[in-house]
Design a protein around this ligand. Structure first.
Ligand code: GLN
Length: 535
């Protein structure tokens, strides 16, 4: 039978609840338990695909083509698993299901209410996840902060779940903040006390508190929190600042979190193995070399928009023994003042990540031209692939005004055009070419050397693609399309053979990078950058 760990958040958002939840999973996994993890997002959007990354950070794409919250990235990276669309429950999804059922007359005669109809649907969706993957433990993270109106129906459903299944089968872990007042360095417990009180007010007593702090929690702070929040001192876990998120499971396990959870859920440890992970973290912390890479993006002020790319660069860097230092270049600034292209001087690699829309695109194209002409290793992802083709069409083929139809409807040379199946789509949510798609790599190319095989699967999220009418002309001038999909109809990778390193992908390899299994394209790019750095 599956046991449930519910992870709630208190005091404020952005505490790294997703990392904490993933770290709990990592600890339990290292003890030989089968772990699954899912997330409840209490917003009304059915999925986060159409949300502005300024608000929520990047959109994570699952293997099965679902646009998920970035916490899914933490789950997949920590647990090295592939998580599907059914693992995200949103208010929108729950209400949509209940309302559709109501319209079909399935509640005939009843008054449809939040309790029991919405709460029952929440429980049903959770039980269904457990039924399909039958893990020993299903971790359920609830987005948002306790006390929000939005999360109330979910917390009520989970309270009922604990009641129905017993304390030894459903436990609550509350992630909160313990701020420090600078002048004295005193750790303040009151916000946590209030947030626990809030939870208790709706009938939930947390079993364990995970406290985000700057410095490790002092013994006296733990004692005070235990006393006021009605838990034992052992149940108060310090989640203080660490150099890398991958260290979080280690510091929490050092405080006995794993055994504590097992005892509460009456589970037994089957093995104990975190060695490889610990070695990885040690390696990450002791990297001596450094390689500087420019990331040219539109939301560089909000690093969360590129979290998976940053992590994938870090995985690859660690593998090669180098710390990747990122120089953030804001494409809007570059576009407004092309002389700023000199901001790229001295970097050993240039990466243009995925993106949408006209604003900033000319800035990115300038950066690509700089990389191509100066022989600096270049890596384009999705939009960065499309813009590389545009740059090449304009500046090498001399096709003036070449562009993507997304950016200029009336371009004389639409080298990037709408996917045919996208032409009649009016609805926006979840309608892109999404998820893992198989591709075929041509032998003897850089792409083939990078992957070491011809058949691979990578995750996609796009609406536009290379216009087939231009492929021959582009290839004649020395850019090669080295990977294709859909029976050769679609261009998936491009490279410039007489450039030191120039490789771009229509897909997003960052979603498949794991700390112990870096993505091949990231490995190759970082390696090329290190080669240049070392001269
Ligand atoms: N805007 C481009 C498209 O829709 C690229 C998308 C992306 O970079 N994810 O095709």
């Amino acid at each position: 039978m599956t046991k449930y760990i519910i992870v709630t958040g208190g005091v404020l958002s952005g505490l790294g609840k997703g990392v904490a939840a993933a770290a709990i999973g990592k600890i339990l996994r290292s003890k030989g338990l089968k772990v699954d993890i899912c997330k409840i997002d209490p917003y009304l959007n059915v999925d986060p695909g159409l949300m502005n990354p300024f608000q929520h950070g990047e959109v994570w794409v699952t293997k099965d083509g679902y646009e998920a919250d970035l916490d899914f990235g933490h789950y997949e990276r920590f647990l090295d698993m592939e998580i599907g669309r059914d693992h995200n429950i949103t208010t929108g999804k729950v209400y949509l299901t209940v309302l559709e059922r109501e319209r079909k007359g399935e509640y005939l005669g009843q008054t449809v209410q939040i309790i029991p109809h919405i709460t029952d649907e929440v429980k049903k969706q959770l039980y269904e996840i457990a039924r399909l993957s039958h893990p020993d433990v299903l971790i359920v993270e609830i987005g948002g902060t306790t006390g929000d109106i939005e999360s109330m129906p979910f917390l009520e459903a989970l309270r009922q779940m604990r009641m129905e299944n017993g304390k030894e089968n459903v436990m609550f872990i509350h992630v909160t903040l313990v701020p420090t007042l600078d002048a004295v360095g005193e750790q303040k417990t009151k916000p946590t006390q209030h947030s626990v009180k809030e939870l208790r007010g709706i009938g939930i007593q947390p079993d364990i508190l995970i406290c985000r702090t700057v410095k490790p929690l002092l013994e006296e702070t733990k004692a005070k929190l235990a006393l006021f929040c009605d838990v034992s001192k052992l149940d108060v876990i310090s989640n203080h600042d660490v150099e890398s998120v991958y260290e979080v499971p280690i510091i929490m396990e050092e405080q006995g979190l794993g055994d504590n959870i097992l005892a509460k859920l009456t589970l037994r440890e089957r093995r104990n193995d975190m060695k490889e992970w610990k070695r990885l973290v040690e390696r990450m912390k002791s990297l001596e070399d450094e390689v500087e890479i420019a990331v040219v993006g539109k939301y560089t002020d909000l690093r969360d928009s590129y979290i998976s790319i940053v992590e994938a660069l870090r995985h690859a860097g660690t593998h090669h023994g180098s710390r990747v230092k990122i120089r953030w270049i804001e494409s809007l600034e570059l576009e407004d003042d092309p002389a700023r292209v000199n901001d790229l001087e001295g970097v050993s690699g240039i990466l243009v990540p995925g993106g949408f829309g006209k604003r900033g695109s000319e800035g990115k194209i300038l950066a690509i031209q700089y990389a191509r002409e100066k022989g600096i290793p270049y890596f384009g992802i999705c939009f960065g692939f499309q813009l590389a083709v545009i740059e090449f069409a304009r500046n090498v083929l001399g096709l003036e005004g070449a562009n993507s139809v997304e950016l200029d409807r009336d371009t004389p040379h639409p080298v990037i055009d709408l996917l045919p199946e996208q032409r009649d789509i009016e609805q926006m949510g979840g309608t892109m070419r999404l998820g893992e798609i198989p591709l075929t790599i041509q032998e003897g190319t850089l792409a083939h050397r990078v992957y070491g095989k011809t058949e691979v699967g990578e995750r996609h999220r796009h609406r536009y693609e290379v216009n087939p009418d231009y492929i021959e002309k582009i290839e004649e001038k020395g850019m090669k399309f080295s990977a294709r999909s859909d029976g050769g109809r679609r261009m998936e990778m491009c490279e410039i053979p007489d450039h030191p390193y120039f490789l771009a992908t229509q897909f997003h390899p960052e979603f498949k990078s794991r700390p112990l299994r870096p993505a091949p394209v990231f490995l190759a790019f970082v390696e090329a950058a290190i080669r240049r750095e070392k001269g």
